[in-house]
Design a protein around this ligand. Structure first.
Ligand SMILES: [Zn+2]
Length: 232
């Protein structure tokens, strides 16, 4: 019976459409490496921040060291007896005091820079761990997705073969009508009939149409949605 053959073909095509969508989605997932790329980018950024924090620290160290050396020279001049003039000694004393205050500020900056470097290094370690995890997740997912993809492609090949053998038994003009309806009716060319109504659009069938649909050949079409009718 022609309507039954087309109904079988419709079932194969519906399953095939679904499989093709699933295969496409899996291929898109396999191609999408965004999580790993983002983790790699974050790691690069964290590495740059550590480098920057190191530069800041070494310049803070150099600045503190310069003040420390200057203070040492001033204190040496104060205490080694080379300066005897009370006015000069007083100036040196004042300079030493000012240098001590400056050194305290410089050392504070140095300490802040050390803490910032420490924080940046922690962040780098965390970023390395994140990337490791993202890659591990990716590997795991990839293996699973690839397995699913292989299975679906095998199922698709089976459906292709089934479709070919069904098509070989159906007249070319009926196939052309079927394919045209598939294109214009969201992939569904054949509608089943239950309780005297079209399952696709819900419209009730006239008794004459129902009788024609039962015969199944020549094809009967729903008066409302235009699909081929098949009565199971
Ligand atoms: Zn209908």
């Amino acid at each position: 019976m022609l309507s039954f053959q087309l109904y079988q073909l419709q079932q194969v095509d519906t399953r095939r459409d679904q499989l093709l969508r699933e295969i496409q989605a899996l291929q898109a997932q396999l191609a999408d490496r965004e999580e790993v790329v983002r983790a790699e980018w974050a790691l690069t950024r964290a590495g740059e921040k550590v480098e920057e924090a190191r530069r800041v620290l070494s310049s803070a160290e150099a600045e503190a060291e310069a003040v420390r050396a200057k203070l040492q020279r001033t204190e040496q001049a104060l205490y080694d007896g080379s300066v005897r003039n009370p006015k000069d000694l007083q100036d040196l004393q004042r300079e030493a005091e000012a240098l001590k205050r400056l050194l305290a500020r410089r050392e504070d900056v140095e300490l802040q820079a050390m803490l910032a470097l420490d924080e940046a290094e922690q962040a780098l370690l965390a970023a390395e761990e994140q990337l490791k995890m993202a890659k591990a997740r990716r590997r795991q997912n990839e293996a699973r997705w690839q397995g699913e993809l292989d299975e679906k492609q095998k199922a698709l090949a089976g459906l292709d073969a089934r479709k070919a053998s069904l098509c070989a038994e159906i007249a070319a003009d009926a196939l052309a009508v079927y394919e045209k309806l598939r294109q214009s009716r969201h992939g569904l060319a054949v509608a089943t009939v239950h309780d005297g109504a079209c399952d696709a659009c819900g419209a009730p069938l006239t008794p004459a149409l129902l009788q024609a649909a039962r015969k199944g050949e020549p094809l009967a079409f729903c008066h409302t949605c235009g699909r081929i009718l098949y009565v199971p």
